[in-house]
Design a binder for this molecule. Structure first.
Ligand SMILES: NC(=O)c1ccc[n+]([C@@H]2O[C@H](COP(=O)([O-])OP(=O)(O)OC[C@H]3O[C@@H](n4cnc5c(N)ncnc54)[C@H](O)[C@@H]3O)[C@@H](O)[C@H]2O)c1
Length: 236
């Protein structure tokens, strides 16, 4: 749902055969059905990205059914707020496992397939402005996204000889079901909006259009970069 669904819709519209991997079958099914209704192509797979065996199985199914992997968008992420002084080990592990370990093993397994295919590829990691500027109450999340930005750079360097490009998009405040808890509070919302020079919250398609640029040949000389899409929040 949210940003991931918008990316799936945008890439399908550009002609990709989209495979939606989500731990929640209903979310994946709803997005796939919407894309098919538009006349584009989508398949859905239940997959928990923090479980490497689950990712391995899902990618094997994608390759069997769709034939190849050219683009990976690492979008799955969780962002439960908790003060650093209260943070439990379990919460730390959950956030790092999904946001950072999950992204690494999805990238590794997709990249192995891309290397076998021998025609390059593009990996796009969904980071956050929190990788550069902490919001507060999200030390675990900020660490995971900071790690994801550096992981993007490391993989870009190692995978370049295989013509696999690796980039990140760092969204600002985007209206999604997952963010509705934080942004649903009118006071927090007003505070956020006041800090955004373009004076509006982002919508999922703002991120999807950046992902489409990084996924396709329009960006074929771009690797290791992080594209900030935040309405100017970081410079506000
Ligand atoms: N919404 C924002 O303001 C915002 C800002 C910066 C970065 N981001 C990042 O963008 C990404 C998407 O955020 P969103 O707001 O669309 O979230 P969301 O909660 O609306 O949707 C997240 C989707 O990921 C799936 N998911 C969660 N954990 C998973 C797992 N372990 N395995 C497989 N699927 C899993 C969920 O089922 C859901 O479909 C996240 O990585 C988030 O950190 C969001």
């Amino acid at each position: 749902m949210g940003i991931g669904a918008a990316c799936a819709r945008r890439l399908a519209e550009l002609g990709a055969k989209v495979a939606i991997l989500d731990r929640d079958a209903a979310h994946a099914e709803a997005t796939a059905a919407e894309i098919i209704e538009e006349g584009d192509s989508a398949q859905r797979y239940v997959c928990n990205v923090d479980d490497v065996a689950s990712v391995e199985y899902a990618i094997r199914c994608v390759v069997e059914e769709l034939g190849r992997v050219d683009v990976l968008v690492n979008n799955a992420g969780v962002f439960p707020s908790m003060a650093a002084l209260e943070l439990s080990e379990a919460m730390w592990d959950r956030v790092l496992d999904v946001n950072l370990k999950g992204a690494f093993f999805c990238a590794q397994l997709a990249a192995r397939r891309m290397v076998q295919q021998g025609t390059g590829g593009s990996i796009v990691n969904i980071a956050s402005v929190d990788a550069m500027h902490p919001t507060g109450g999200l030390a675990h999340y900020d660490a995971s996204k900071g790690g994801l930005v550096m992981l993007t750079r490391s993989l870009a360097r190692e995978l370049a000889p295989h013509r696999i490009r690796v980039n990140a998009v760092a969204p600002g405040a985007i209206e999604t079901p997952g963010a509705s808890g934080i942004l649903g509070d009118p006071a927090v919302r007003a505070e956020f909006a006041a800090k955004i020079p373009l004076r509006r919250m982002g919508v999922p398609d703002d991120i999807a259009r950046a992902v489409a640029y990084l996924a396709t040949d329009a960006s074929d000389y771009v690797t290791g970069s992080t594209l900030v899409v935040d309405g100017g929040y970081l410079v506000g």
